[in-house]
Design a binder for this molecule. Structure first.
Ligand code: LLP
Length: 464
């Protein structure tokens, strides 16, 4: 079905200000795509050496394709931009056994939050001592498992957790290295649900309220805990270094207070993750070396001012490693022009996935972009809204994007920047099986996480 007849070219009032009508719809905005993505002579999008149309023919859609070389290149980029720092990949952003292996092979460490993430990381060959165990409600079972495996460090989040860790250490004859997660009071400029350093939220212990210092002292006096230092994570998808700089200042001030209280200097400081990536033309993340230089300068400045030795530093990027390496592909199922007030028309393009495989637009009003992937088109750009197949009006994947006006049922749409927090937060809403994660390297694709089937769903349904 072609829709050219129904185009209304006046988008004033319904087009967001940041979105520009592209001069050439077939051109790729290279900052959004895995390095080396291009269109071949026939116009098809090529990701990691594989044609989008071939990938979808082989693996179906919707599907998440991860460019392995691009993923690894982001691991390397962090190591190179932050020499001497410990880099933990945040497994919550996307984790499979193969991905844990890539991270291990690239020499990074891994941040895990649950038994599930620990099990996958270990099964992928990540050594336990390179794991950092996060979470605000670690269960006794998870704590015991982590101790038995020899997990490298715990990021302690509450006084109850300290007691649970001590009880488990007493019982199993373990000792553990720990950081205390603190809230620095920084208001990170990002969506409320992914900002985590302001006071009124569930993570960490407050510096301002004194609980952070109390927890550090408590850990220092514990016979089972080898206290390493302070952990701060201010939020996610952050572009400005300012929030991190405030966090550095406040955590080092806390380290200084701790030294005054105990005479002990804390050897480590972990600044968490949160490095923003480009999802649309409007996003311009800073180069990593610029971010690193700002961090370094701030740490050195504060340490000098407080007379502290420079601690061993760590960061925990998730999105900035897996996000840009991932491309989601969908097939167009229906195209519906909807008349708005004033005679304008919004074109709804329905694809075969939706909020069950990417909840981010619905949850955080996250913006994405997309291109027609199986061919090029010289047709006029048409402002479209890409929506999913779920029974919910808010099932919007891309609120506003220009696609060619000859877009047709069966065309493939590719969405860049899809590696992080889409498949990892996927659900079975409307009993839709979750899509696969497919690694692609030099034109060869390998299923890392297979597509769920209706049989998988039926097997879970054990009631009569
Ligand atoms: N470290 C800690 C302690 C974290 O809680 C997180 C993310 C990270 C590191 C990694 O942050 P990243 O570098 O990926 O920004 N679901 C949301 C993001 C939630 C992030 C949760 N914690 C989203 O889709 O935007």
């Amino acid at each position: 079905m072609h829709i050219a007849g129904s185009i209304h070219a006046d988008y004033s009032g319904i087009q967001p200000q940041w979105l520009h009508r592209p001069a050439d719809l077939n051109a790729l905005d290279l900052k959004l795509w895995p390095a080396g993505t291009y269109r071949d002579d026939a116009g098809g999008l090529v990701v990691a050496g594989a044609r989008a149309a071939d990938l979808v023919a082989e693996h179906g859609s919707p599907a998440y394709f991860i460019d392995e070389a691009d993923f690894r290149s982001h691991c390397v980029a962090f190591k190179e931009a932050f020499p001497g720092w410990k880099v933990y990949y945040a497994g919550k952003s996307l984790l499979t056994r193969a991905i844990a292996r890539w991270v291990a092979e690239e020499g990074l460490n891994l941040d895990v939050t649950t038994m599930g993430e620990m099990r996958i990381a270990l099964a992928g060959g990540m050594p336990a001592e390179r794991l950092a165990f996060h979470g605000n409600n670690k269960s006794e079972e998870e704590i015991a498992f982590a101790l038995e495996q020899g997990v490298g460090q715990f990021i302690v989040d509450s006084f109850q957790e300290i007691e649970r860790i001590e009880a488990a250490c007493r019982e199993g004859g373990h000792r553990v290295q720990a950081l205390v997660r603190v809230t620095t009071g920084v208001e990170a400029h990002t969506h409320e649900y992914i900002a985590t350093a302001h006071e009124d939220q569930k993570f960490g212990l407050s510096i301002q309220g004194g609980q952070a210092l109390a927890a550090l002292v408590r850990c220092e006096h514990s016979p089972f805990i080898d206290l390493r230092g302070i952990h701060s994570h201010i939020g996610s998808q952050i572009f400005e270094t300012m929030g991190f700089e405030v966090a550095i200042r406040r955590t080092l001030k806390l380290a200084h207070q701790f030294r005054t209280a105990t005479g002990v200097e804390l050897p480590a400081l972990d600044l968490g993750g949160g490095f923003g990536i480009a999802y649309t033309e409007a996003d311009s993340p800073k180069p990593l070396d610029e971010i690193a230089a700002a961090f370094e300068e701030m740490v050195d400045h504060e340490c000098r001012a407080l007379g502290l030795a420079r601690p061993e530093l760590a960061i925990e990027p998730g999105r900035a490693i897996c996000g840009p390496a991932g491309v989601a592909m969908y097939t167009v199922g229906t195209i519906k022009p909807v008349e708005l007030e004033g005679g304008k028309v919004r074109t709804y393009v329905s694809v075969d996935g939706g909020m069950s495989d990417n909840i981010r637009p619905a949850l955080y009003a996250a913006e994405y972009s997309a291109v027609l992937a199986n061919r090029t088109s010289d047709a006029e750009p048409l402002l479209c809204r890409v929506v999913g197949k779920h029974c919910e009006g808010g099932d919007i994947l891309i609120r506003d994007v220009f696609l060619p006006s000859d877009l047709a049922v069966g065309d493939i749409i590719a969405v860049p920047g899809s590696g992080a927090y889409a498949r990892s937060m996927a659900s079975n809403y409307n009993q839709v099986p979750r899509p696969p994660v497919v690694g692609v390297l030099d034109g060869t694709s390998t299923v890392l996480l297979r597509r769920e089937t209706l049989d998988d769903l039926m097997r879970l349904d054990v009631g009569q």
